[in-house]
Design a protein around this ligand. Structure first.
Ligand SMILES: Cc1ncc(COP(=O)(O)O)c(C=O)c1O
Length: 384
């Protein structure tokens, strides 16, 4: 049994699925140019906010006629703004295959009380997009961060749909190809794939989403931080960096740095390649070891960011305690931090593979995972 500790350690043990590892070149002093103590409505602040929007468009390849806004309350804020502002005009269809998608179902069914179909899949599976009627407004999470199951592509979404597609892409943007022509509302937060700071969400609207905002007024009241229109017209200022309320200029500076780093690794293609290489190292490890497997049932849906793993050894008596024990050993050794499965997900591990993680750190960590598994198994048999 491999109870000997490996000789090398990852240089960076941060594998959290959010906030995620900062870009490898990050240093606090790189934020020295932040417009601190200045109004975000002054030219310096507005320029930085606009640069954040423009950089997002450039790197993600977002079409010129799509609006990009910086909004409050991170990804949750961006998604809820869209749900509260746009749903109710037609029937909704909620698709969920893990915890965050399930949260949006709760919003729509229990809070907004909208006429909605709900289709869910178990952890490890995905709903069948082929059976969805896209004349409804369809809400889904591109990459299920807590199950490690992602939509492989947008092929099942028709270009000529009548409904809107509202996509939470927070753990997908900057790591996966997002088909903009298939997405009407797309959201993400800075703290995810680019390793930015939490606080602000990004809200990306297709022309059809704007049309909905300008032609439909929900029956319920909207708080100020959800209001995207003024007198029935889109509040265009939001999409030029005139935020609804005060943003953190420190977080903005940090995001600008992260965008610079993204350019330096080859933009979106470089980021996708980095995430793919990281995830592949873990997939190979699973193939080589019969005690661990990807939570995703179908290889085509395996995430390249939030890779979720189950421990399948039949000798394990208490799966949840065992997985926690493995994660704790790795954290105590300082070789892998924050890799326990999400609290609502099946017992196991979740290792972030987004582009800010170095493949060399993944490959240095994996022998430690082997060590921790066997150490935990030994401890279990001694306790029995
Ligand atoms: C898919 C998904 N949606 C929403 C959220 C919530 O994001 P935030 O805390 O940035 O609002 C997360 C966070 O992990 C997520 O992974």
């Amino acid at each position: 049994m491999a109870t000997q500790q490996p000789a090398t350690r990852p240089a960076n043990p941060r594998f959290s699925s959010g906030p995620c590892a900062k870009p490898p070149t990050f240093e606090l002093n790189k934020l020295a140019d932040a417009a601190l103590g200045r109004s975000h409505r002054a030219a310096i602040g507005k320029d930085k906010l606009k640069a954040a929007i423009d950089g997002t468009r450039e790197i993600l390849g977002i079409p010129e006629d799509y609006r990009i806004g910086i909004v409050p309350a991170s990804d949750t804020g961006a998604v809820e703004m869209a749900l509260w502002s746009m749903l109710g005009a037609r029937k909704a269809h909620m698709l969920a295959w893990e915890s965050f998608g399930a949260g949006w179902v709760t919003d729509v069914v229990k809070q907004l009380k909208i006429d909605a179909d709900v289709t869910t899949a178990e952890y490890g599976q995905i709903v069948d997009f082929g059976s969805v009627d896209f004349d409804d407004d369809v809400v889904f999470t591109w990459n299920g961060t807590t199950s490690g199951v992602r939509l492989p592509n947008g092929d099942a979404i028709p270009a000529d749909r009548a409904g809107l597609t509202i996509c939470d892409a927070t753990s997908a943007a900057f790591a996966m190809d997002l088909p903009w022509d298939k997405l009407d509302v797309t959201t993400f937060s800075w703290q995810k794939v680019l390793g930015g700071e939490a606080a602000h969400g990004m809200l990306i609207l297709s022309p059809r989403a704007v049309e909905r905002l300008e032609s439909y007024t929900p029956a319920w009241p909207l708080p100020k931080i959800f209001r995207l229109t003024k007198a029935g017209k889109l509040n265009e200022g939001i999409f030029r960096g005139e935020t609804i309320n005060t943003p953190s200029m420190l977080a903005v500076e940090d995001y600008l740095q992260a965008l610079d780093w993204a350019r330096s690794v080859g933009g979106l293609n470089g980021l996708i390649a980095r995430a793919d290489a990281n995830a592949q190292a873990i997939f190979d490890f699973c193939d080589a070891n019969d005690w661990i497997a990807n939570l995703a049932d179908d290889d085509a849906t395996r995430s390249n960011t939030s890779v979720c793993l189950k421990l399948t050894d039949l000798r394990i008596t208490d799966g949840a305690a065992f997985a926690k024990g493995v994660a704790k050993r790795l954290a105590d050794e300082g070789v892998a931090l924050d890799i326990g499965a999400y609290r609502d997900a099946p017992a196991g591990l979740r290792i972030w593979c987004g582009g800010t993680v170095e493949t060399s750190d993944i490959t240095a960590m994996l022998p430690w995972l082997d060590w921790a598994f066997h150490a935990e198994l030994n401890a279990q048999s001694i306790a029995a």
